[in-house]
Write a protein that binds this ligand. Sequence first.
Ligand SMILES: Nc1ncnc2c1ncn2[C@@H]1O[C@H](COP(=O)(O)OP(=O)(O)OP(=O)(O)O)[C@@H](O)[C@H]1O
Ligand SMILES: O=P(O)(O)OC[C@H]1O[C@H](OP(=O)(O)OP(=O)(O)O)[C@H](O)[C@@H]1O
Ligand SMILES: O=C(O)c1cccnc1
Length: 481
Amino acid sequence: MTATALLTDLYQLGMAQGYWKLGRADQPAVFHLFFREAPFGGGFAIAAGLGPVLDLLRGFAFTADDTDHLARIPGGDGRPLFEAAFLAYLRDLRLTIDLDALPEGTACFAHAPLLRVRGPLLQCQLLETALLNALNFQTLVATKAARVRDAAGGDTVLEFGLRRAQGTDGALAASRAAYLGGVDATSNVAAGKAYGIPVKGTQAHSWVMSFETEREAFAAWADTAPNNGVFLVDTYDSLAGVDHAIEAGRRLRGKGHRLGGVRLDSGDLAWLSREARRRLDAAGFPEAQVVASNDLDEHVIRDLRSQGAAIDVWGVGTQLVTAHDQPALGGVYKLAAIRDAGSGCWIPKVKLSETTAKTSLPGILQVRRYDTAAGGRAAADQLWSELDGEPRTRELIDPTDPIRRRTIAADRGWKDLLEPAVRGGVVVFPDEPLAAARDRARAERSRLDPTVRRLVKPHRYPVGVTPEVLALRQRLIEAAR
Ligand SMILES: Nc1ncnc2c1ncn2[C@@H]1O[C@H](COP(=O)(O)OP(=O)(O)OP(=O)(O)O)[C@@H](O)[C@H]1O
Ligand SMILES: O=P(O)(O)OC[C@H]1O[C@H](OP(=O)(O)OP(=O)(O)O)[C@H](O)[C@@H]1O
Ligand SMILES: O=C(O)c1cccnc1
């Protein structure tokens, strides 16, 4: 389904009507979108979702059909929830917000905003749900793919998830994010067309089973698909299958084609891949690849590689596209400042939580990333508020544990990461192909210390606020209590 202005939770429209009735629709506000914990027990995430967000914003409008639909929604007493004059206002509404965002593929960490929306309160509110929907899932799957990519080293990774993805939208969105995060190709042909992702495929058990024997099936494949010579060998007996694939490889070679390889889809992939490799090499097919699939994820891939598996290509489906071990990223969207209509001053806001650590950060935040001494890597992120002006110090304080603080040396380079994406409702972020975001993700991963990229119990990348933001949050917490 293509995104529409109705892609929101009803309560957002309820609040929007309230702001409109109170004359507060255009009151300037700032919201931050961030998560509190990196997914999969990892140390980082790969920001993704800006592309779909910009597509949504470009076409954002309530059609007559949309407002007719809203007019029919009843409130608690059966009468319409929305007033006709409010619906007429929605019909004429054109976005005027400013959006600053991490470009897709940027490495990101807990508490640092991935998006900052600034503009009329009503518009910021209406967009909340769709922004979270896009950023949470895209960032989640891009991060999973980045972990799979890391585990697979320089090997090829194919995404095979379509059949077990969460519906059509989930599958397309997952293929997009998986490619951004680092897989090399997808089996999903529609995603290939929609996003310009390379598509690849081997063959299924049904092909082999539809013939009397595996030998016949492979010979027929060699004859009918000579330029796609990968053979699924585990329908009956994986190693006999490898021998049959070698026979088919000779048939291919005889006709001027080559044996692409074999695919293993069950059994002990470490042992079988080594034995398949030995047989392929001994038969004179050193260039033939060993493809493996079967419920793979980053942990199994890492484990198999550490066992010396001779696998060149990893087919990863279900675990990747469903983000199986963590099906949602808990990204949130919090009001961080609102402009007082009387004084014209910005009033910073916090949402209290049971712990200070979970209390949101006030201000108009920007993310400043400092380099390591050698300059090649990311050292730490400082969250500073534009309400305070440029940061006066390079001190950063962990917002979840203010005892933890550090000061970045004066000679380190830095970059502010939130970039202008929309100004006055108009998209200003340059159009980029998905492959460009994928290249960025690769470069960003290589800028992270390997200890931060570790799959399990990673080193904590330092993210801290300025002393000004910390003090402001403390004052607001005390005032609220
Ligand atoms: N050497 C290995 N080390 C660690 N994990 C492995 C190894 N070999 C295979 N695996 C993984 O172990 C799991 C085995 O799953 P399962 O028991 O369902 O497979 P199978 O019985 O071999 O095949 P199937 O049931 O699909 O016919 C898969 O996730 C697979 O990727
Ligand atoms: O395990 P995943 O990571 O999700 O990878 C995709 C799986 O989908 C296919 O199996 P399926 O049994 O659906 O069909 P097949 O007969 O083609 O193997 C394929 O053989 C993989 O095992
Ligand atoms: O091409 C393949 O091998 C493939 C495609 C989808 C799912 N499993 C395998």
